[in-house]
Design a protein around this ligand. Structure first.
Ligand code: ZN
Ligand code: ZN
Length: 254
């Protein structure tokens, strides 16, 4: 299984439009971060987690012939705003399967009503096939079991996903012990670390590191990064041995 980080930035991305912050002005490619998403590929299958506003650009940078489905974490725009850009896959393959909490499906229906409409459809509109995700109900994608992991983003429920030894969690602020039990012993854990200062709905660096120490994965990668975390090279120097900062287009094999 190969995991490609399509984007590792927080909601505005890095650089932020118009920002003169030194991290936004950095020429290091690793300091340029599109909105968070990962591509998960195995055998002949390709799935993405989330489909944010940079989806088109991410698919051009990491081309795939076919998209087998999208797993959504939650409805925030930085995770969903690129849904219209599934069109090239839809034209070739037909309805694209999406996996999400019912609340997220309802939100997508409101914001992309033309995609979900069954009558009088615009000929160029893409269509999706809905699969509702429920906590404590693992589901099968091809030959793999996907375990939803329930986390809290301040007051909003968010799904993370465990696929064999790989766990992807984003937009976490709190997680109950029962959910942590589901992911203990994972080989690779991806989790959000927004910045140094605390934030109401995201782990900061300290909270993310404390969480990693609890889960004890072999390796952990930090994502959903703001310019306020600092320069990639400098932050990474001070991380514990098995913890890395993810960066756009990083690819790992599990
Ligand atoms: Zn987010
Ligand atoms: Zn969010």
């Amino acid at each position: 299984m190969t995991i490609t980080f399509l984007g590792t930035g927080t909601s505005q991305g890095i650089p932020i439009i118009g920002s003169k912050h030194p991290v936004c002005l950095s020429e290091n490619q690793k300091d340029k971060r599109l909105r968070v998403s990962v591509l998960i590929s195995w055998d002949d299958y390709n799935y993405v987690i989330d489909c944010g506003p940079d989806f088109r650009q991410q698919m051009l940078a990491n081309p795939i012939d076919k998209l087998d489905g999208i797993l959504f974490t939650h409805e925030h725009s930085d995770h969903t705003a690129g849904l219209d850009d599934i069109r090239p896959f839809f034209f070739r393959q037909g309805d694209i399967p999406i996996y999400a909490h019912k609340r997220v499906v309802d939100s997508l229906k409101q914001r992309f009503e033309y995609i979900f409409k069954t009558k009088d459809r615009y000929p160029g509109a893409p269509a999706v096939q809905i699969h509702e995700v429920k906590n404590n109900e693992p589901f099968i994608l091809e030959n793999k079991t996907i375990v939803p992991v329930n986390v809290m983003h301040n007051k909003l429920q968010v799904f993370g996903y465990k696929i064999q030894d790989f766990v992807y969690l984003t937009d976490v602020k709190t997680i109950v012990d029962e959910e942590i039990e589901k992911i203990k012993g994972a080989k690779v854990l991806v989790v959000n670390a927004l910045r140094l200062d605390p934030h109401i709905s995201h782990f900061n660096l300290e909270e993310a590191l404390a969480f990693i120490a609890k889960v004890k994965p072999e390796k952990a990668y930090l994502t959903h990064i703001s310019h306020l975390l600092g320069f990639h090279e400098e932050v990474e120097k001070n991380l514990p041995e098995n913890v890395y900062l993810a960066y756009d287009n990083l690819s790992i094999t599990i």
